[in-house]
Design a protein around this ligand. Structure first.
Ligand code: C5P
Length: 223
């Protein structure tokens, strides 16, 4: 199938964005990082010192915020929030710590999902997140659910932060990752779950290239 829709979900640090990016490049598709959208809104809410428990205020903020994902050369995307480039700011640990509180607000999800569905309309996309195959694009042509042990996922995130000059305590980071997964999995609206029909891939002992090959093979077989 040409110009297909590929959904990739899973917990934090399972390798979704690396794999989705590489896969999009191989297929000549657009990569859409939905987590970046929730992160951008969270950054704005934190800067505005909005009470994250105030669902009305957070929903109002979502409705008046313009979030843009702009593909660059290759497979990089830059994230803009109200015209400001927030690509690196949204990766700060404080955003990671708070994002699930913003993402669980139903009004926030309604707005983001609407944008995500619009971006997927023409197909030829690889979209990653938590609820893409289960809720945002249930009719996706291909669905994958990436997992890895908490230890391995923490190791990856720790290294990623370190590469950016951010030194964190491993055990503390592990706790934060587990807390975020728990919150994403337990929220009432569109929680993190493996969509029916999704192929689960444990990436704990795989390189990103190997995961991409498994996905491509599965896609070829399903054609
Ligand atoms: O993918 P990433 O780790 O950047 O996602 C950040 C957070 O955004 C997740 O922990 C989750 O709370 C939220 N999210 C979501 N639904 C998505 C993608 C991300 O709720 N489709």
């Amino acid at each position: 199938k040409s110009r297909a829709i590929v959904a990739i979900d899973g917990p934090a640090g399972a390798g979704k964005s690396t794999v989705a990016r590489m896969l999009a490049k191989r297929l000549g598709y657009l990569y859409i990082d939905t987590g970046a959208m929730y992160r951008a809104l969270t950054l704005k809410a934190l800067e505005r010192k909005i009470d994250l428990e105030d669902e009305g205020a957070v929903t109002g903020l979502a409705e008046e915020t313009e979030i843009l994902l702009v593909p660059q050369d290759g497979t990089e995307i830059r994230v803009y929030c109200d015209g400001r480039d927030v690509t690196s700011a949204i990766r700060e640990p404080e955003v990671s710590r708070q994002v699930s509180r913003v993402a669980k607000v139903p009004g926030v999800r309604a707005r983001m999902v609407e944008l995500q569905r619009r971006m997927a309309e023409r197909g030829g996309i690889v979209m990653d997140g938590r609820d893409i195959g289960s809720y945002v694009l249930p009719g996706a042509d291909y669905k994958f659910f990436l997992t890895a042990s908490l230890e391995e996922r923490t190791r990856r995130r720790w290294q990623e932060l370190r590469d950016r000059g951010i030194h964190t305590d491993f055990e503390q980071l592990k706790k934060e990752m587990a807390a975020r997964d728990a919150m994403d999995s337990r929220r009432p609206v569109a929680p993190l779950i493996k969509a029916p029909g999704a192929l689960e891939i444990d990436t704990s002992n795989l390189e990103p290239e190997e995961v991409v090959e498994i996905i491509l093979k599965h896609m070829e077989e399903g054609r």
